[in-house]
Design a protein around this ligand. Structure first.
Ligand SMILES: [Zn+2]
Length: 694
C-alpha cells in the first residue's frame, strides 16, 4: 500500500514525473524501490510527530523524486574550490586541490545510507520552529497568537533559555548547502533559501546588522568579561552557514546578510582595547576567525581580515608557533577551530608560521592525543597522555573534535599529499563519523564512549540539538569531498568509497565500484570523450602489506611501500579499468602507557566485541529527553562481571580471530563476536581489551 501511495504522490506532486514514458517510468520505479527502505524510515520519522501528514508526505516525495531523478548545480573552502566566487585566491603553494562537492556523487554504500538518513532528518526540520527564537529575539510576529499555538518550540540547546540557541540554524544552513551540492536535489535549496529569507527579515528588524537568536546583550556580557556561555561560538555557526549558502547553493542574499553581520561585528569590536580583546577571547568562540577569513576571501574586504586577526588567540596559538605541546587539560573542541583559522590564514596570506603551527598541531594530535578510532578528548578536554589508558571512559571522543580534525586534515593534504594524512582521515571517518549515526533512527551521538561495556547514546529529535547534532547534520552530507583530490599531474584516489567523480578540467569521469571494507578490491572505470594522459595516484594504505594492481586485466608492478601512492601514468582511454586489491590483516594497538590495554583492528577498521543489552533500560540507548546535557553524566549501568578480557598472541594477533563468512564478523575461541565499531549500535561493546598473553 505504501508503495502505491508513493508512486501516486510522485505523479501528483512532481511535474517532472509526468514526462516519464512507461519504460523510463519502470526504470524510475526500480530506482525508487531500490531505495524504498529510506522512504520507509523517512515516513516513519515524519508520521510520529506531525499533525499534517499529507503535507509532509508531499515534501518527502518531492525530495525523493528530485533526488532520484535530479540534476545538479551548486558549489563547495579548500584550495581549488568555488571557482569564480572567491575575490582572493589561495596564495600559498598547494600541491593538490579539492574537488567541488557537486562533482562527486556517492553510489550505494554505508556512506550513502548515512547521507540519505541525514537528508531525511534535515528535511523534516520545520523552518518556523527552527527560527522561532530568532523571531522572538527581534520581536517579529511569529504566527497566530504570538506563536505559542502554531509554533512548537524545539528543546535542548535550541530552547529559548539556552544561551547557544540558534547554533543549529547555522549548522543546517551549511548542511542544506552541502546536501544540495552532494545530491542536486532542489528540496535542500528550497529549505536553505527559506531560512535565509526569514533571517533577512529578522536582521532588518534588529536594524544594525546584528543577527542572532539571542539578544546582543550576550555579546556585551562577553566584552565586559561577565559570565556567558559562548555567544561568538554560536554566531560562528551562522556566519559559516550563510557563507556556505552562498558558496554551495548560490544564495546571493545569504552573502548580503552575512556581510552586514560582518560590518556589525567590525563596528562593535574595532573600538575595543587590547586588554578587552584578550579578556573576551578567553571565552570559547569556535571558528569565528575561520569564517572571517572566508568572508575576506569571498569579498576582498580588509575589515574582515582585521576581524579574523582580532580573534587570534595569543595564549593558545603562540606556544604552537614555538612547537610547544602545551595542550594540558584545555577544552579540545575550543582549540582545534583556532588552528583551522590559522590554516586558512596560511592559504590566503602565505604566512609560514601559520603553516608550521598547523602541521605541528596536527602531528601532535595524531601522535599523542588520538584514540584507536581516530577520535580525541575525554569529557571534551585534553588529558595527561602519560596516563592514557586511565581516560578510556564513557565520555571519550566528542564528535565535533573529529569533525574539526577531518577539516584540518583536508587543508594539510592540499599542502602536501601525504598518505599518512589520508590514513588518518580514513580511520576517523570509518570508525568514528560513519558509526555516530543510529542506522535505525538517524539520530547521532555526542561522544564515542571507549569505556568497556558502554554503548553509544543517541540524541533525540526534539530535545537534544547538541553541538554534535549540529556538526552531525554536516558530517553525513559531505562524504564526497574527501575521496578524490587533483593536481596538474593527476588525480588522487584517497578513499575506497563507491562514487563517481567528474574531473571537468581533464574531461574525464572516474567511477569507483567496491564492496570495501567487506571486500578487498576496488575497481575504477574511466569515461573519457578523448584519450587523456595523466597520472592516477592510488593510495597505498599503511595497513596493507601487499597491494596488487591491474590495468585492463594486466598486472602492474607495484613497489611494496605501505603509506605511499602508486602512480599509474598512461594515456587513458574510454573504458579503461583499474583493479586494485588491498589485503587486510588483523593487528593490535595498545595504549602508550599500558601494554595490557589494546584494541584490535582489521585493516583500518577498529573491531569491537559485542556485549549485549543487559541492564539497558529505556530511554537507553537514547538520551533522556527530560534531562538537559545528560550525555555528560550518563550512567551506563554496566553489569557487574562484564567480560573485558582477550587472550592474545601478540606476535600473531590474527590467530585470535576467525572471520565468519563474507560479512565483517569475527569470532574467538572464547565465544566473543567482534564487528566493526561503526556497526556497534543499540548494544554494549568493548574496544580496548584487558589483554592476557597466550
Ligand atoms: Zn560537539
Amino acid at each position: 500500500m505504501l508503495k502505491v501511495l508513493i508512486i501516486l504522490q510522485t505523479f501528483l506532486f512532481y511535474p517532472k514525473c509526468f514526462s516519464y514514458t512507461l519504460n523510463s517510468y519502470a526504470a524510475f520505479y526500480h530506482k525508487l524501490m531500490n531505495n524504498f527502505r529510506y522512504f520507509h524510515t523517512f515516513i516513519r520519522i515524519f508520521i510520529k510527530n506531525t499533525k499534517d501528514i499529507y503535507m509532509k508526505y508531499k515534501t518527502i516525495i518531492f525530495a525523493l523524486c528530485v533526488w532520484v531523478a535530479g540534476t545538479l548545480s551548486a558549489q563547495s573552502v579548500y584550495p581549488g574550490q568555488f571557482a569564480g566566487k572567491m575575490k582572493l585566491n589561495t596564495v600559498a603553494p598547494v600541491k593538490v586541490e579539492s574537488f567541488d562537492l557537486q562533482d562527486v556523487r556517492l553510489l550505494p554504500s554505508r556512506f550513502r545510507d548515512n547521507m540519505l538518513r541525514d537528508s531525511v532528518w534535515m528535511t523534516s526540520i520545520d523552518v518556523n520552529r527552527l527560527i522561532h527564537s530568532f523571531r522572538t529575539n527581534a520581536g517579529i510576529w511569529a504566527g497566530r497568537e504570538g506563536g505559542y499555538v502554531t509554533v512548537k518550540k524545539y528543546g535542548g540547546w535550541e530552547s529559548l533559555d539556552c544561551e547557544l540557541r540558534g547554533h543549529t540554524t547555522g549548522h543546517l544552513l551549511s548542511a542544506y548547502g552541502l546536501m544540495y551540492a552532494a545530491t542536486g536535489s532542489e528540496i535542500f535549496k528550497l529549505k536553505g533559501d527559506s531560512i535565509v529569507t526569514e533571517l533577512g527579515k529578522v536582521q532588518d528588524a534588529l536594524g544594525n546588522g546584528y543577527l542572532s537568536a539571542f539578544p546582543e546583550e550576550l555579546i556585551n556580557r562577553n566584552i565586559k568579561g561577565q559570565s556567558v556561555w559562548a555567544p561568538w561560538y554560536t554566531l560562528h555557526k551562522l556566519f559559516s552557514g550563510l557563507i556556505d549558502q552562498y558558496l554551495y547553493a548560490d544564495n546571493a542574499q545569504a552573502l548580503a546578510v552575512v556581510t552586514k553581520m560582518g560590518d556589525w561585528a567590525y563596528d562593535k569590536l574595532k573600538p575595543l582595547s587590547e586588554e578587552t580583546r584578550r579578556r573576551m577571547i578567553r571565552n570559547e568562540f569556535g571558528g569565528i576567525n575561520e569564517s572571517f577569513y572566508n568572508l575576506y576571501a569571498v569579498t576582498g574586504d580588509e575589515r574582515y581580515r582585521w576581524l579574523a586577526h582580532f580573534f587570534y588567540h595569543n595564549d593558545v596559538i603562540d606556544p604552537l608557533k614555538e612547537q610547544n605541546d602545551d595542550l594540558g587539560t584545555k577544552h579540545t573542541n575550543t582549540f582545534i577551530p583556532k588552528v583551522l583559522a590559522e590554516a586558512r590564514n596560511y592559504e590566503l596570506t602565505g604566512d609560514k608560521d601559520s603553516k608550521a603551527l598547523s602541521d605541528f598541531f596536527w602531528h601532535t594530535m595524531i601522535d599523542h592525543h588520538t584514540f584507536a578510532p581516530g577520535c580525541s578528548s575525554q569529557k571534551e578536554h585534553y588529558f595527561d597522555t602519560k596516563r592514557f589508558s586511565h581516560f578510556l571512559n564513557g565520555y571519550t571522543g566528542e564528535t565535533c573534535c573529529t569533525y574539526n580534525m577531518l577539516k584540518l586534515s583536508r587543508h594539510l593534504f592540499c599542502w602536501q599529499p601525504d598518505a599518512r594524512i589520508a590514513d588518518y582521515y580514513e580511520r576517523a571517518l570509518y570508525n568514528h563519523i560513519l558509526g555516530q549515526q543510529d542506522p535505525q533512527t538517524g539520530m547521532v551521538c555526542y561522544f564515542l564512549p571507549l569505556l568497556s561495556g558502554a554503548h553509544k547514546v543517541y540524541s533525540t529529535k526534539e530535545n537534544s540539538f547538541w553541538c554534535c547534532v549540529g556538526s552531525g547534520f554536516e558530517n553525513h552530507a559531505k562524504y564526497g569531498e574527501g575521496i578524490y583530490y587533483r593536481s596538474a599531474a593527476g588525480i588522487y584516489i584517497n578513499l575506497f568509497i563507491p562514487s563517481v567523480v567528474r574531473w571537468k578540467e581533464k574531461g574525464i569521469t572516474l567511477k569507483q565500484e567496491t564492496a570495501f571494507p567487506a571486500g578487498e578490491a576496488t575497481v575504477l572505470t574511466v569515461e573519457a570523450d578523448r584519450p587523456v594522459r595523466t597520472t592516477v595516484y592510488l593510495r597505498y594504505p599503511s595497513w596493507s602489506e601487499k597491494v596488487t594492481v591491474r590495468v585492463n586485466g594486466k598486472k602492474v608492478q607495484v613497489k611494496r611501500k605501505p603509506g605511499s601512492y602508486i602512480a599509474l601514468n598512461r594515456l587513458w582511454q574510454n573504458g579503461d579499468r583499474i583493479e586494485a586489491a588491498y589485503p587486510m590483516r588483523v593487528h593490535l594497538e595498545t595504549t602508550p602507557d599500558n601494554p595490557q590495554k589494546g584494541a584490535l583492528l582489521y585493516g583500518p577498521l577498529v573491531l569491537a566485541g559485542e556485549r549485549g543489552t543487559e541492564g539497558m533500560q529505556a530511554p537507553a540507548p537514547f538520551s533522556n529527553p527530560e534531562l538537559y546535557n545528560d550525555y555528560y553524566t550518563y550512567d551506563y549501568h554496566i553489569p557487574a562481571g562484564l567480560k573485558t578480557t582477550m587472550a592474545i598472541d601478540r606476535k600473531h594477533p590474527a590467530r585470535v580471530l576467525q572471520r565468519v563468512g563474507k560479512e565483517l564478523k569475527f569470532t574467538t575461541e572464547q565465544g566473543d563476536v567482534l564487528r566493526p565499531l561503526y556497526d556497534m549500535h543499540h548494544q554494549r561493546y568493548v574496544v580496548y581489551w584487558d589483554l592476557k598473553d597466550k
